[in-house]
Design a protein around this ligand. Structure first.
Ligand SMILES: *[C@@H]1O[C@H](CO)[C@@H](O)[C@H](O)[C@H]1NC(C)=O
Ligand SMILES: *[C@@H]1O[C@H](CO)[C@@H](O)[C@H](O)[C@H]1NC(C)=O
Ligand SMILES: *[C@@H]1O[C@H](CO)[C@@H](O)[C@H](O)[C@H]1NC(C)=O
Length: 325
């Protein structure tokens, strides 16, 4: 128990430190942008010295508030790094979140905003998922409930959902768009990603006043919910492998999403009492969806919204039944 306590303390310290850096960073950015405005310099290259490598890539694009999202992301990654037992198979196979400062994916994709494409037929194609020999299928997991694992999993789902939402909004802002506008623009389209939470995803609604997604559905038991959660996370991870992101979008906004999946997967597997991931069934998605990056971001927010809600409900359910017995 003691090392765990120490780690938490360390994390708290790091958090404070980063917060301090952020404050410094923001005021430095504000100052330099003000200065630039006064000089009416055309190329506003605001950079943040503390986050050198990442901002070097993003500096010319991103606004000041992005550093808040990055902070969130960095904190989450720190939590992952600290809480991750090295031997679990759920650990990232590739250090993708970190080493993608280098341009891996450079496929400039024009933004589609043509209303007339709305009637485009969807084109459902298979989304291949890896099958590992010797693993059970995701539907065949048996487990016992541990409420402290459930609480931790809820916390991770909640934090990563917040980070994903924040980064998505910042990404849209960087392209002079906003969430409600884009949701409206693509409301007639569906990416139709097939996974066990697909029918729930359709029930996640966007609330304009909150500028956020809401979901309120029933839960059953940990035994029934966990396989669906785990399998859906695996499918999302594969989805991010086939979508082509432009360089800036990937490096400045989306590369941390994969680490978020890993962290959620890690907690979900622990909750399910598994050391290893399971084999998801073959999935599919609409390859004609006109704005795949936006579609994937929304799908991610929706899935994490559902997962967070399910964990909260399960915690409620199991603490009640524990109280009665
Ligand atoms: C699936 O397998 C391929 C080939 O081994 C690998 O490159 C890819 O990263 C794997 N994807 C996932 C999500 O495990
Ligand atoms: C739940 O998990 C915690 C931490 O891994 C462990 O200490 C505790 O004994 C577990 N509780 C039950 C009821 O298994
Ligand atoms: C969001 O974008 C839409 C269309 O791009 C625009 O009409 C609307 O005013 C924007 N809303 C906000 C709050 O910026």
């Amino acid at each position: 128990m003691l090392p765990l306590l120490l780690l938490r303390l360390l994390l708290l310290l790091l958090l404070l430190l980063l917060l301090l850096l952020l404050l410094k960073c923001e005021s430095a950015e504000l100052l330099s942008s003000e200065r630039l405005q006064q000089q009416s310099a055309p190329a506003t290259k605001v950079s943040c010295p503390q986050e050198h490598s990442k901002t070097a890539v993003c500096a010319s694009f991103v606004r000041i508030s992005v550093s808040k999202c990055w902070l969130l992301g960095i904190l989450l990654l720190l939590t992952v790094a600290i809480s991750w037992p090295a031997e679990t198979v759920a650990a990232p196979r590739r250090a993708r979140g970190v080493d993608l400062i280098l341009p891996h994916r450079h496929h400039p994709r024009p933004l589609h905003h043509h209303q007339h494409i709305r009637s485009a037929k969807s084109n459902i194609v298979p989304l291949r998922t890896n099958q590992t020999q010797g693993r059970d299928s995701c539907g065949a997991i048996r487990m016992t409930t541990n409420i402290s694992h459930l609480q931790l999993a809820h916390e991770v789902a909640s934090n990563t959902r917040e980070a994903v939402l924040c980064l998505t909004k910042e990404w849209l802002r960087s392209q002079q768009h906003n969430l409600s506008g884009e949701i409206q623009a693509y409301s007639k389209h569906s990416m139709a990603v097939k996974h066990p939470l697909q029918s729930e995803v359709e029930k996640v609604s966007f609330q304009k006043e909150l500028d956020d997604f809401v979901y309120d559905g029933k839960v059953t038991t940990v035994e029934e919910e966990m396989p669906a959660i785990i399998e859906s996370l695996l499918v999302l991870e594969h989805l991010y492998e086939i979508i082509e992101f432009d360089h800036m979008s990937w490096n400045c906004y989306f590369n941390s999403f994969v680490s978020f999946f890993h962290h959620n997967m890690h907690e979900a597997l622990k909750l399910a009492g598994l050391n290893d991931a399971c084999n998801p069934r073959t999935s599919e998605y609409n390859a004609h969806y006109i704005h795949p990056v936006f579609g994937a971001a929304v799908e991610t927010i929706k899935v994490l919204t559902i997962i967070e809600h399910k964990y909260a409900q399960l915690i409620h359910l199991y603490s009640q039944s524990a109280g009665q017995s």
